[in-house]
Design a protein around this ligand. Structure first.
Ligand SMILES: NC(=O)c1ccc[n+]([C@@H]2O[C@H](COP(=O)([O-])OP(=O)(O)OC[C@H]3O[C@@H](n4cnc5c(N)ncnc54)[C@H](OP(=O)(O)O)[C@@H]3O)[C@@H](O)[C@H]2O)c1
Ligand SMILES: [Zn+2]
Ligand SMILES: [Zn+2]
Length: 330
């Protein structure tokens, strides 16, 4: 019977070390030894919940269940936000299993395990082989952050002649800059201050605008697409004038409450607002292949996979000091 160390959130926000026990492996379940986990902005929302945190995992297959078909002991795999879906509803059949009514997702199911852990048991069907040229600590942040921004760009058919805006240079944002630049787009970054300018340009941005105190945003080209990767939604009054007619906004931020946006610029310019959550598995696979081919890797800060290491990483992210994705390593 597998059992492994896990790290949970708690009411007062401190990290609690615990032990999870699983039954014998059934069906296509796989036992993993976790080697690395990214720290996503979404983990901050669950810090006060009594559940195992983390959903950007990488690990090594230790044991396979009776119905596994692809993976074998020693394989290096990743997993993200979604762990299971029904497999037979319309969304699953269309390859949109992230919208399956029976989906099992982080924060809603399987609360006894996550990627802030030393081990995990997941279905083979929801694990992704990691390309050889991506080290564990680089592959981990791609499992949610990378998948989310690549999905917004790829699934909604970004064209290389577009100008793509990215607002918020954090874990998601610094990957969005790299993916959009490698897709051939002009990339314009909007950030709180000037402090991330050099790094954003190095990652592929063509232009950078610091928002602090600005009454108006000045950019060389209107945006055909805007990926919103800030930890809370931006001031739309400032943003609307720099959107090209027909532009698409991808509000990726997890932000409670209602989404509100100026109505007239939306109507008069035919703006689309496109919600999305992470990526379906076929898009996730493409993302890993694309990242491996173009050497897209997150910029990471490593911390030990311990209660203290996780608390230190989360404190740094909360203070806005992370450059650009925290990764816990075992
Ligand atoms: N839709 C999905 O499927 C999905 C998946 C993953 C994550 N998310 C959500 O996406 C968001 C970004 O995640 P992340 O992991 O990239 O977080 P992150 O690393 O914390 O980055 C967020 C960035 O937002 C900016 N920011 C910081 N504090 C802010 C504030 N008070 N108001 C506005 N902007 C602020 C900063 O960028 P600058 O310094 O450049 O201003 C920061 O680097 C989170 O809300 C997360 O929950 C959604
Ligand atoms: Zn995430
Ligand atoms: Zn389904």
């Amino acid at each position: 019977m597998p059992s492994f160390t896990v790290f949970k959130g708690s009411k007062d926000g401190s990290i609690v070390q615990s032990e999870t026990k699983k039954g014998e492996l059934k069906g296509d379940q796989v036992l993993l030894k976790v080697t690395a986990s990214g720290l996503c902005g979404t983990d901050m929302h669950y810090r006060n919940a009594d559940m195992v945190l983390g959903h950007e995992g990488v690990g090594i297959v230790e044991e396979t269940g009776p119905d596994t078909k692809v993976l074998k002991k020693g394989d290096r795999v990743g997993w993200g936000y979604e762990h299971d879906s029904c497999g037979h509803c319309e969304q699953c059949l269309r390859g949109n299993e992230t919208y399956c009514p029976e989906r099992a997702m982080y924060g809603m199911a399987d609360l006894d395990q996550g990627s802030f852990a030393k081990g995990a048991v997941w279905r083979e069907a929801f694990l992704f082989k990691i390309p050889d040229n991506l080290p564990d600590e680089a592959a981990a942040p791609l499992q949610c952050g990378g998948a989310t921004v690549f999905n917004a760009l790829h699934t909604y058919k970004t064209d290389p002649i577009e100008t793509v805006g990215v607002i918020g240079v954090g874990g998601l944002g610094h990957l969005a800059i790299q993916f959009a630049a490698k897709m051939g787009c002009r990339v314009i970054v909007l950030s709180g201050s000037d402090s991330k300018k050099d790094e954003a340009i190095r990652l592929g941005a063509h232009e950078f605008f610091a928002m602090k105190g600005a009454k108006e945003i000045k950019v060389s080209h209107q945006l055909n697409r805007l990926l919103v990767t800030t930890s809370s939604l931006p001031e739309w009054d400032l943003i609307m004038p720099i959107l090209a007619p027909g532009a698409t906004i991808h509000p990726l931020s997890v932000d409670d409450g209602n989404f509100s946006i100026p109505n007239m610029p939306l109507i008069l310019n035919g703006i689309t607002i496109q919600g999305s959550v992470v990526a379906s598995r076929h898009v996730h696979r493409r993302m890993l292949e694309f990242a491996a081919l173009h050497n897209i890797q997150p910029v990471v800060e490593k911390f030990p996979m311990t209660k203290e290491g996780i608390e230190e990483g989360m404190a740094k992210l909360e203070k806005g000091g992370m450059r650009f994705r925290g990764v816990f390593v075992v």
